[in-house]
Design a protein around this ligand. Sequence first.
Ligand code: FES
Length: 107
Amino acid sequence: MPDITFILPDGTPHGLEAPEGVSLMQVATGAGLNGIVAECGGSAMCATCHVYVDPAWADRLPAPLGNELEMLECTATERLPTSRLSCQIKLTAALDGLVVRIPERQT
Ligand code: FES
């Protein structure tokens, strides 16, 4: 089970052990973390599950494609090179140790 660390908007790190095969968004919402809204339920249609991937991890994730790339234009906070939609990141054992930061707002 991958260990994931979410950096909350106030800077507090929140570590979670997550099952493989689910999305990063599902892990965050399942744990009740503030800051991931996920209005569309994971369909890459809302951009309210935006996260900033830690730079050390950015190149280790599969690149964003299609709808995710389009919706990254619609994030409520600044889009950075490390911006991703957390609903489009599927957890695997290779992502053990992943660190992502939740932005201050999603809408
Ligand atoms: Fe809507 Fe990710 S939950 S884009």
